[in-house]
Design a protein around this ligand. Structure first.
Ligand SMILES: NC(=O)c1ccc[n+]([C@@H]2O[C@H](COP(=O)([O-])OP(=O)(O)OC[C@H]3O[C@@H](n4cnc5c(N)ncnc54)[C@H](OP(=O)(O)O)[C@@H]3O)[C@@H](O)[C@H]2O)c1
Length: 327
């Protein structure tokens, strides 16, 4: 496992880290024993950074991470998020009372006195134009409740605004073979300001693992069923916002580009790691075998220039016209 520095925190974090949404909920049935085994497998593979949120399984994901902390001695970082407990996203919802209450709840779930990294969880875009919200986060750092804070965003423009605030250490954004716009402008700007990039949805919700087909069916409580068209939250969070048919066609072609000895999921993760602005990818996983496969991507050879060119050409021809303008 290779490690990269996160923002100005001085933390060296694993370039393949762990996304803990699926083990909390909204991805069909999960089994806590398997989920914990997956978390242990991540630590065994050198992962030292875990991304969660207060709303994943209404705190269940955070509580599983607290359990992991109890069971293991090694130091690891937990990034959580706040803001999605609001019934409707409003700017006024990001006030001192709410932010403090959400943080206190996460501290309890995580069984800790200080949160390593708190991220605003895809708030209303206007929040990024309100310095007072970031002032509240500064106060929570001063009070010792947070070590650092960052943001999770939907759009590149929100990220560009957020990183104007001097204490934002990280931006979490969708970045994968099917979502390439962040590399155009945001990455250079984030590097210039020494802001970390957490690449979320790196496998396009599993589509870029190559195992999903036209015959795949998803449970009622799996967002790949209930949010296919953005009915519950931003449609870009499900399959990266790419419609199933064109997505599957592109995946069929990507399969032909996979280097010997690697899997499609690993090629997708390696593609992300080729961007030096990226601090880490945070693939979600529910089972130890998925974790082992994902973690191993860090030790594979970089993709050849020819492969990178073919992947990016495929994006430009088949996916870019469908999604590039949205996020
Ligand atoms: N708004 C936000 O801030 C936000 C939104 C979305 C995600 N996130 C964060 O980003 C993380 C990653 O995104 P994501 O979980 O949505 O999507 P993802 O990482 O693109 O996909 C994860 C899913 O792909 C499947 N998978 C993982 N590894 C695999 C492998 N090696 N082979 C085959 N299938 C594999 C698993 O699902 P199955 O086994 O069920 O197929 C897994 O749950 C989340 O866990 C969360 O921490 C944040």
């Amino acid at each position: 496992m290779n490690y990269r520095t996160l923002g100005r925190t001085g933390w060296k974090i694993s370039e393949i880290s762990f996304g803990a949404w699926a083990i909390g909920g909204a991805w069909g049935n999960v089994d806590d024993r398997e989920s914990l085994a997956a978390l242990h497998a991540a630590l065994d593979g050198g992962v030292n950074f875990f991304d969660t949120a207060d709303v994943y399984g209404d705190g269940h994901s955070e509580r599983l991470l607290a359990k992991l902390k109890q069971q293991r001695k090694e130091k690891f970082y937990i990034a959580t998020k706040a803001g999605r407990r609001l019934p409707v996203q409003t700017v006024t919802g990001y006030n001192r009372k709410n932010l403090t209450a959400w943080v206190n709840r996460s501290l309890k779930n995580l069984n800790t006195d200080t949160i390593d990294l708190l991220q605003l969880h895809c708030p209303h875009p206007e929040v990024f134009y309100r310095p007072e919200v970031f002032g509240i986060l500064d106060d929570l750092v001063k009070a010792g409740k947070l070590r650092h804070y960052g943001v999770s965003v939907e759009k590149v423009e929100e990220a560009l605004k957020a990183i104007e605030y001097p204490n934002v250490q990280s931006v979490q954004i969708i970045f994968n073979i099917f979502r390439q716009r962040p590399a155009e402008l945001l990455f250079a700007e984030a590097q210039r300001r020494k802001v970390g990039i957490l690449a979320r949805v790196p496998l396009a919700s599993g589509l870029l693992s190559g195992k999903i087909s036209r015959a795949s069916r998803f449970a009622k409580d799996d967002h790949r069923n209930f949010n296919r068209h953005g009915q519950a939250f931003d449609r870009g969070e499900t399959f990266s916002g790419v419609d199933f048919e064109p997505g599957l066609r592109a995946v069929g072609q990507l399969k032909k580009l996979v280097p010997p000895g690697a899997s499609l999921a690993q090629m997708a993760l390696r593609w992300i790691l080729e961007s030096p602005a990226v601090t880490c990818a945070i693939p979600g996983a529910k089972r130890p075998a998925q974790v082992a496969e994902n973690v191993a991507a860090s030790d594979l050879k970089p993709l050849s220039t020819a492969t990178m060119k073919q992947i990016n050409g495929l994006y430009a021809r088949q996916i870019k016209p469908l999604v590039h303008q949205y996020w």
